[in-house]
Design a protein around this ligand. Structure first.
Ligand SMILES: [Zn+2]
Ligand SMILES: [Zn+2]
Length: 459
């Protein structure tokens, strides 16, 4: 029996791994499907015996096996000594007595009627990458797209995804950061107007309809189980993806067995490149879609900037740079390594223009503030590294205050510079590194940008 009714237990649960007590369905409905053999249950946290009889805990939702990330407690629900996982606690508590549901009944049949409505044209390099990706999909092979910031990565994915959709495949585009998902979601929905596209990130309620194309933060993949025929991981190197091994496992768990997992990034790790070359599955795009080179960073020494700011004085060169952006009407981003310094600097900068704002990860108005910058309602934003990637603002000028700080590693600096000059009519712009001493990371980033420009045919 094949049912494709929207909003059924099947359409919701197929491919998901869900807390029994938190489904949008009644207990009776769930029980009926369990009795019918359509749903199976899995214990939330299980224990295994390791070496020397050591007990190893494992969370079946996020695959966490780090003992330090578990808490033992007297559980009122099961009346026993219970253990819960702190690694995925944000998504609701999973403990030893939690039952996780997954669908084993007939699979949802996804539509094979789709259109690729994207009207643009790919550059030769983009086209080659797009075709290579299609070939890798046909071979069931994972592919790496190594494309500079502004190469037009998303457009490369449209046709390969379209082909998969036509085969009734279910696809996930995952990115570590919510900002990237928020920017991608409308572009995918426009490209595929007949396709159910769903964006999943912290705080958003999942719909009951079975979305065929899912855009999700990597954390959301904890809630999937052998769901996707193909997964694309965008900005694969971005924190927290590289730092957190469980997120990498989550991507594996959400994909069906042997499903290709593609990576798309401007700053891949060396190991990733080596593996892709070995598998003959690397596409490299050293040129931006508009044919202009990547902006090269300019170093500007700003000795003891922190002490100056603490004393309530904005360093002169920084003052001049901001004043120039405001007078010339150029939107700007000024990156900081920590929130405290940023909040201390904000009032000093607001003396130049009170409409300038600051933004950080926990800021609830973060979306609105970025929008205000795009709409020119605010002349510029001070920001932590949360805005280092994924966002595109026409004509944006970029500077880093304290480029010598450890958080600004090579990848971060390359990504930050990648915000500049992304549109065809404004392909250049400032990329200033205000610093108290030049670091290896700064030099490495500059060297790589120059090298990529060389590979892209510039001297
Ligand atoms: Zn967990
Ligand atoms: Zn319990």
């Amino acid at each position: 029996m094949v049912r494709t009714l929207d909003g059924t237990v099947q359409s919701f649960l197929d491919g998901r791994l869900w807390h029994r007590e938190h489904t949008p369905f009644s207990m009776q409905e769930i029980k009926r499907e369990i009795d019918a053999g359509n749903i199976r249950t899995m214990q939330g946290v299980v224990t295994q015996r390791g070496r020397f009889g050591r007990v190893i805990y494992r969370c079946n939702r996020c695959l966490n096996e780090n003992e330090a990330r578990y808490t033992h407690f007297d559980c009122a629900k099961c009346g026993g000594n219970c253990t819960y996982c702190r690694s995925c606690l944000k998504m609701g508590r999973v403990s030893s007595c939690t039952e996780l549901l997954y669908w084993t009944g007939p699979p949802v049949q996804f539509s094979q009627k789709h259109v690729n409505h994207w009207q643009g044209t790919l550059t030769d390099l983009q086209k080659r990458a797009s075709e290579a990706l299609i070939a890798s999909n046909e071979k069931g092979r994972s592919h790496l797209i190594f494309a500079v910031c502004g190469a037009g990565k998303t457009e490369i994915l449209f046709e390969p995804i379209h082909r998969l959709l036509l085969e009734g495949k279910r696809i996930c585009v995952a990115a570590p950061r919510v900002d990237v998902i928020l920017e991608l979601a409308p572009r995918f929905q426009q490209a595929f107007p007949k396709t159910r596209v769903t964006a999943l990130y912290g705080g958003v309620k999942p719909t009951l309809e079975p979305a065929q194309l899912i855009l999700a933060t990597t954390h959301q993949l904890y809630r999937f189980h052998e769901a996707f025929d193909v997964v694309f991981v965008d900005e694969a190197d971005a924190f927290p993806y590289t730092a957190d091994e469980t997120l990498q496992k989550a991507v594996q768990k959400a994909a069906k067995k042997d499903a290709p997992i593609h990576f798309v990034t401007a700053t891949p790790a060396k190991k990733m490149i080596r593996e892709a070359i070995q598998n003959d599955a690397l596409s490299m795009i050293p040129r931006r879609f508009h044919g202009y080179p990547l902006p090269v960073p300019t170093y500007v020494a700003l000795w003891r900037y922190e002490q100056q700011i603490i004393r309530g004085k904005l360093p002169v060169k920084l003052h001049q740079w901001i004043e120039r952006q405001v007078t010339e009407g150029m939107p700007f981003l000024l990156f900081f390594h920590n929130i405290e310094l940023m909040e201390m600097t904000l009032p000093l900068i607001q003396k130049i223009d009170p409409r300038i704002k600051s933004v950080h990860a926990q800021d609830e108005q973060r979306k609105d503030k970025v929008l205000a910058l795009r709409n020119k309602q605010t002349p510029g934003l001070l920001t932590t590294t949360i805005l280092e990637r994924g966002i595109t603002i026409p004509k944006v000028q970029v500077a880093v205050l304290g480029a010598e700080q450890a958080i600004f590693n090579k990848s971060a600096l390359i990504q930050i510079g990648g915000r500049v000059g992304r549109s065809k009519d404004a392909p250049n712009g400032d990329f200033i590194l205000f610093h108290h001493g030049i670091t290896h990371a700064m030099d490495d980033a500059k060297k790589e940008i120059l090298l990529l420009n060389q590979k892209g045919g510039f001297r």
